[in-house]
Design a protein around this ligand. Structure first.
Ligand code: NDP
Ligand code: 8X3
Length: 249
């Protein structure tokens, strides 16, 4: 039976790689994001029978509802929701951060994620489907400048665990994926378009790739239905932990 996955944030990075990975295995994919041209390129590449493009700002509830209502018949039975759309903005300490950046992260990483999840829960329960939420190591390990971004990802992890509790007995699986450094457009977005800063961060660091994460998502999604991966944290070998900081004097 052909299964259907809705992947948010499919115009770039993890989401775009996941669209290709699931489509390659014969899944129907609903690909969402704001950049309609990139979604159309995926449809052109993989075929309209395999991929349906739904371009909308995920913070816009009315646009989300319109996109869901406009799904073609063949894409209506959603088996898997991958809540991937998200972003970090800025690395400034809290005391000098831009409040609007914080609001954007909260609206996207939390507000939109919980809204879409609630919209799809009845269908996912009916189909004994699954939800995979993209959290981050930033939700577990604090670092200077991680403030609200880390806070939103801690929410995503905890919300995922809470969903597991609430969905007890429904057969719906819920997973929190918590990656470390992976090279995508993430840092370009975080630095408000500073390509040199993005290149510098990843240079020589052998970061994870979007393909690594897509493969992980596919693995989690295709495990036998009696198995639930609750949380999965992954990093490149080159990334590890540093100690606490101490201020003197
Ligand atoms: P990218 O910037 O490459 O991709 C982010 C995706 O989110 C894009 O497709 C973008 O689409 C979408 N998105 C952002 N804002 C909105 C919005 N308002 N409406 C609709 N779509 C939106 O980054 P990644 O692939 O790296 O990030 C994917 C997820 O992984 C994020 O949640 C991120 O926090 C998380 N993550 C990333 C890590 C990394 O090191 N790269 C590590 C851990 C977690 P568009 O702009 O077209 O709307
Ligand atoms: C992205 C990973 O370490 O840049 O979520 O915050 S990190």
């Amino acid at each position: 039976m052909t299964r259907t996955v809705l992947i948010t944030g499919a115009t770039s990075g993890f989401g775009a790689a996941a669209v290709r990975r699931f489509a390659a295995d014969g899944w129907r994919v609903i690909a969402t994001g704001r950049r309609a041209d990139r979604l159309q390129a995926l449809v052109d590449e993989l075929g309209g029978e395999r991929v349906h493009a739904a371009a909308f700002d995920i913070r816009d509830e009315a646009a989300m509802d319109a996109a869901l209502a406009a799904l073609p018949e063949a894409f209506r039975g959603i088996d898997l929701l991958i809540n991937n759309a998200g972003l970090a903005l800025g690395t400034a300490p809290a005391q000098s951060a831009v409040l609007d950046d914080w609001r954007t992260m909260i609206a996207t990483n939390i507000g939109a994620l919980v809204t879409l999840t609630q919209r799809l829960l009845p269908a996912l329960i009916a189909r004994k489907g699954a939800i995979i939420n993209i959290s981050s190591i930033a939700g577990t390990y604090p670092y200077p400048g991680g403030n609200v971004y880390g806070g939103t990802k801690a929410f995503v992890t905890q919300f995922s665990l809470g969903l597991r509790s609430d969905l007890h007995g429904t057969g719906v699986r819920v997973t929190s994926i918590e990656p470390g450094m992976a090279e995508t457009e993430f840092t370009l977005v975080r630095t408000h378009g500073d390509q040199a800063a993005s290149d510098k961060l990843y240079d020589g660091a052998q970061p994870m790739t979007a393909g690594d994460i897509a493969e992980t998502l596919f693995w989690v999604a295709t495990l036998p239905p009696h198995l639930n991966i609750n949380r999965l944290e992954l990093m490149p070998v080159t990334q590890s932990f540093a100690g606490f900081q101490i201020h003197r004097g």
